[in-house]
Design a binder for this molecule. Structure first.
Ligand code: PMP
Length: 403
């Protein structure tokens, strides 16, 4: 057999495994409580409605739905996304266009492909969504990490970092943020910081990449946080949404709303990646939006996840070793837990998996390699009993590691 290693492109040699995907494959088919992935609770999927819609889509639009379709998405679906986003308070400008993508992960990839030259700097929250770090890194990005607290990214620190960066000759392109119901911490950027972030982007001529998969899952208030896209007056915000958490990730549908000039570049990139996203999925999601299934799923999921969040917090309080810290998630699917200093969550993981529970070690979420004593815990997927049991096992494992 020939050896491929010497033939792999320079670019692809830099690819690193996504620790989440690796852990998911370790746990697959085994009786392990997985608090690792970002999976929706299976009880939230509108299975019956989607079965009925899929049948009708094929009956009504079969020839079109099974056919190839335009790269940026089928027009009625793109229009439905525009209306859906507007109805949720996301301001869409006349010059904006929707680009339908294969999950928002592809949108992240296409944004990286379209924007990032090797050596460009992206400002990120610390911690942040690890698969965005991996994708941007693939295109040669460096990162400027900004810490966060329970009100989101510490925006007041950014300006200083930008000045330092400029002085040392760094080219800073964009700020990537999961402002509402952040992955991995569940915090929400407050309104003041949102306004300030826009001012900074304007002042230093930066783009903002607003990744918003969890904006609909805010637990403790009915207030909707104003999106950065809505606050933007200069066309600097590239907004990303996804149907993964408000309908089903198996459809693999995400979207981007951004000025036409940018979506045109994205379109050319997507032409060489996958031609277009699934036509069938697009029509199914379009019916689901129009028939209110998406709104119902959001409301149902929000209640289910809030309950699970509460159970998680109780369990953390009961089982985690003294000195552990976490933000009570205000929204989203995750909590980020810091164990007492000195406990290494990467080292602890094999023992935890042996005892029957998986989580994602915290280091992956930091561009600067910190977070060694942290872990991300998903609470949307497991049943309430499994969630409690999983936290109990993690707590016991951590206490043993500390002996
Ligand atoms: N962005 C963030 C912040 C996420 O948490 C995720 C998935 N969990 C994604 C993007 C990608 O999701 P998808 O491709 O399913 O839309």
């Amino acid at each position: 057999m020939i050896d491929y290693s010497s033939r792999i492109s320079y670019r692809s040699q830099s690819l690193r495994p996504s620790e989440i995907r690796e852990i998911l494959s370790l746990t697959e088919g085994k009786n392990i409580i997985s608090l690792a992935g970002g999976l929706p609770g299976p009880e939230v999927f509108p299975k019956q409605q989607l079965a009925d819609i899929a049948k009708r889509v094929l009956e009504d639009l079969g020839e079109e739905a099974l056919q190839y379709s335009p790269t940026l998405g089928v027009t009625p679906f793109r229009n439905a996304i525009m209306s859906f986003a507007s109805s949720k308070g996301i301001k869409v400008n006349e010059d904006d266009r929707v680009a339908v993508t294969t999950g928002s992960q592809e949108a992240i990839y296409l944004i990286g492909l379209s924007l990032i030259d090797p050596g460009d700097n992206i400002i990120v929250e610390a911690p942040t969504y690890l698969a965005a770090l991996n994708a941007f890194r693939f295109f040669g990005a460096n990162f400027i990490s900004i810490p966060l607290d329970e009100d989101g990214m510490k925006v007041e620190m950014i300006e200083n970092e930008i000045k330092k960066g400029i002085e040392s000759g760094k080219k800073i392109k964009a700020i990537y943020t999961v402002a509402t119901s952040h992955n991995p911490t569940g915090v929400i950027m407050n309104d003041e910081r949102r306004k300030h972030l826009i001012e900074i982007a304007n002042k230093y001529d930066l783009l903002i990449i607003e990744d918003d998969p969890y904006g609909f899952f805010v637990f403790d208030t009915d207030k909707r946080f104003t999106s950065l896209k809505t606050l933007d007056t200069e066309g600097r915000v590239i907004y990303m949404g996804t149907f993964s958490k408000i309908l089903a990730p198996g459809l693999r549908l995400g979207y981007m709303i951004a000025p036409r000039q940018f979506t045109r570049t994205v379109e050319l990139g997507k032409q060489i990646v996958d031609l277009h996203s699934s036509t069938l999925s697009q029509f199914i999601a379009m019916y689901a939006i129009k028939e209110g299934v998406v709104d119902e799923t959001i409301e149902n999921a929000r209640k289910v996840y809030r309950k699970k969040r509460d159970v998680l917090i109780e369990a953390l309080e009961e089982y985690m070793p003294k000195g552990s810290e976490w933000y009570k998630p205000k929204g989203g699917l995750f909590a980020f837990v810091y164990l007492p200093k000195g406990v290494d969550t990467t080292e602890m993981l094999p023992t935890a998996i042996n005892k029957g529970v998986a989580y994602v070690p915290g280091r992956n979420f930091f561009a600067d390699g910190s977070g060694g004593n942290a872990m991300r815990i998903n609470f949307s997927y497991p049943s309430i009993d499994k969630l409690r049991e999983g936290i109990k096992i993690i707590g016991e494992t951590a206490k043993e590691m500390m002996k």
